[in-house]
Design a protein around this ligand. Structure first.
Ligand code: ZN
Length: 383
């Protein structure tokens, strides 16, 4: 049955209210007509553009913030390893899967000119990120105060624009996409790490919305036991849940999947996609959204965790860069509440002890931002 919803919104705005990497194997996804699409272990690359639209000419979103959110997105879509995650119940660790989708900044704009894939537009329209009269996307049209959407058949357009009067973000489902209406809109307060806006402060709003863009619904689309999301390995549940419910929860005679990314729980509680959800997203990307894929990421000044070998040591971490020695690396170490714990600049090294001074770090989750040689990387580590 085709489930048709005009738009999927995420998170009612009421502040404080995925194993061995991906399983390898030459398995193929099949469409309903049996066409062979792509091996499951083959990464799919998505050509992406970020449009920042703001009343403030200085714009609150820096390029580094874009890189940070992109890395969070790629961590969830192409770089997840949840088999040993102590914060995830064992039953979820077994169900968790990785879609193997990587989001890349576009290299060319629609006219074929080189681009950073980050556009900045000043507007006079308040809350331009919200739909007007429920139907019109001002943000996607220059004549209405936004920017003309880049051909959505070829680019994933992500608009960062004020949404004070609506939800944190929204996405257009593949079956509702048109030439002038597609992509994702997200409020800047919930973009990337933003510790002032807990519990939506870890960049999960975009991770959730991309799920919608790639054809996923909430686990409980109509918030009752009579509807489901059309995915075989997610349970029917009465509600999408909010906050961060204690495990386990039961609903509609099933064990609910409260830490699924397509629930509405707090950022730190949103953890995984199932295998069925991953297959749905890859199938959408290879059929309805096939032209947004590209061969690979090129000219990206963003590193992945793969560029670093990370070893836990008793008072921090040993980071070893896989490339040549770095002439100057500046790091900032934050705790999960966003407090800066330490920062330092290293010179002409390849191996880095963080924190550089012997500090006693309590157990917990930490975030390290690395800036070096015009590159940027953010690591989320457990100590
Ligand atoms: Zn949603």
């Amino acid at each position: 049955m085709k489930i048709h919803i005009f738009i999927v919104c995420c998170f009612i705005f009421s502040l404080p209210s995925k194993s061995q990497r991906c399983q390898a194997g030459q398995q193929f996804i099949h469409t309903s007509d049996g066409a062979k699409l792509s091996p499951r272990d083959q990464t799919l690359y998505v050509q992406t553009v970020f449009h920042i639209i703001s009343e403030d000419s200085s714009h609150s979103i820096s390029n580094d913030k874009i890189f940070q959110q992109l890395q969070i997105l790629n961590d969830f879509y192409s770089n997840r390893n949840l088999s040993q995650d102590p914060t995830l119940p064992e039953v979820y660790r077994k169900l968790a899967a990785c879609p193997k989708i990587h989001f890349c900044l576009a290299n060319m704009d629609p006219l074929g000119n080189p681009t950073t894939a980050i556009t900045k537009t000043q507007t006079t329209i308040q809350n331009i990120g919200c739909r007007q009269n429920m139907t019109t996307y001002f943000v996607m049209k220059e004549s209405l105060g936004g920017i003309d959407i880049w051909d959505p058949a070829k680019y994933l357009n992500i608009f960062i624009a004020d949404r004070a009067d609506c939800t944190l973000g929204e996405a257009v489902l593949p079956e509702d996409a048109t030439k002038s209406k597609d992509g994702i809109i997200i409020d800047p307060r919930f973009f990337g790490y933003n510790f002032l806006h807990s519990p939506y402060h870890l960049g999960l709003t975009l991770v959730h919305e991309v799920g919608h863009y790639l054809g996923l619904l909430h686990l409980s689309p109509n918030e009752n036991c009579s509807s489901d999301d059309g995915i075989s390995d997610t349970p029917i549940q009465e509600t999408n849940y909010r906050d961060c419910p204690e495990y386990p929860q039961f609903s509609c005679g099933n064990e609910a999947m409260v830490q699924n990314i397509m629930c509405l729980v707090d950022d730190y509680c949103m953890k995984f996609f199932t295998k069925g959800q991953c297959e749905r997203m890859r199938t959408v990307l290879l059929t309805q959204r096939a032209n947004v894929t590209m061969n690979n990421c090129q000219s990206q000044n963003i590193d992945s965790k793969d560029d670093w070998r990370i070893i836990n040591i008793y008072d921090g971490w040993l980071l070893k860069y896989q490339g040549n020695p770095i002439s100057a690396l500046h790091y900032k170490l934050f705790n999960i509440n966003g407090q800066l714990i330490h920062h330092h600049t290293f010179r002409d090294q390849q191996t880095f002890y963080i924190p550089e001074q012997g500090l006693t770090l309590p157990s917990g989750v930490y975030i390290i931002e690395l800036n070096y040689e015009n590159r940027y990387s953010v690591l989320k580590l457990i100590h």
